[in-house]
Design a protein around this ligand. Structure first.
Ligand code: FE2
Length: 266
């Protein structure tokens, strides 16, 4: 059984939409998983062991749990495995026109594929890790799949895309169950999750990242920012400059400055 909705068998059909999207290439795919499969997916009953995985409680990552180093539940594994398959990766190549795409084999060990967020959770504006952990090759695409059934838009938890400096939100992709969002990852594709409020259920999502064997993977793209890649850690942009001054946030200040210098020199 194909668990991805067959209307997405050829993502080449969405390539123009992806490439022309602002503030940077992305596409929103509703009813991403096969309707029947999604109907039978019991997301609410996925219980994670909060003592395993990683809990986040900082100024930039709040009330969030990520499945790093944790065995995924059966249903989550089925979906994640599908997103790691060669066929799907080829399809992403048709969508993005990025050459030599591959998925990492460190998967959920180094990079968590399943995420949960709770009341008042949010994820500040950031770019992810730039490189595949074992080869150092460029991180070029992300897919996020929203899973929580019955989620209401007013609870927040949308994915947001920011401008090239990460200082202004340019686009909000609401959290709608069974919606996937695929977006370019580059040193300038800042993104985050809007604050969650008054939610009655947890916000569950799947995240898979993709890499290119090409060290100049964005050369074919017409972007509103430099189409170059350079190495950087996960780098957050705090909402106000004064937010960098408390001692606990110095780590963000250092990373932000390094990122700015590299971006300038790139
Ligand atoms: Fe991210």
């Amino acid at each position: 059984m194909n668990i991805i909705n067959k209307i997405y068998n050829d993502l080449g059909n969405f390539s123009l939409e992806f490439l022309n999207a602002k503030p940077y290439p992305h596409v929103v795919l509703d009813n991403f998983l096969d309707e029947e499969f999604f109907k039978n997916l019991d997301v609410e009953r996925i219980v994670v062991n909060q003592n395993k995985g990683t809990n986040f409680k900082t100024d930039v990552e709040k009330n969030k749990w990520a499945s790093k180093n944790v065995e995924l539940s059966k249903n989550i594994s089925i979906i994640v495995n599908e997103l790691y398959k060669d066929n799907f990766i080829k399809n992403l190549g048709k969508l993005s026109k990025i050459k030599n795409l591959f998925s990492t084999n460190v998967g959920n060990v180094d990079l968590a594929n399943y995420h949960e967020m709770y009341d008042s959770g949010f994820l500040g504006t950031h770019v992810d890790h730039s490189s595949e952990p074992s080869t150092g090759l460029p991180h070029v695409l992300n897919i996020i799949l929203y899973l929580s059934k019955g989620w209401e838009k007013s609870w927040g938890g949308a994915t947001m895309f920011a401008n090239k400096n990460g200082t202004k939100i340019e686009k909000i992709v609401d959290y709608i169950p069974n919606r996937a969002v695929i977006f370019l990852h580059s040193p300038f594709t800042f993104h985050g999750v809007t604050e969650i409020k008054n939610n009655k259920i947890k916000r569950s999502s799947i995240y898979v990242d993709y890499y290119s064997k090409n060290r100049n993977p964005y050369a074919h793209l017409n972007l509103d920012f430099k189409n170059v890649w350079f190495k950087h850690p996960t780098t957050f942009i705090l909402p106000n400059f004064k937010d960098y001054f408390p001692k606990k946030n110095r780590v963000y200040l250092k990373k932000m400055i390094k990122h700015k210098i590299k971006a300038f020199l790139a």
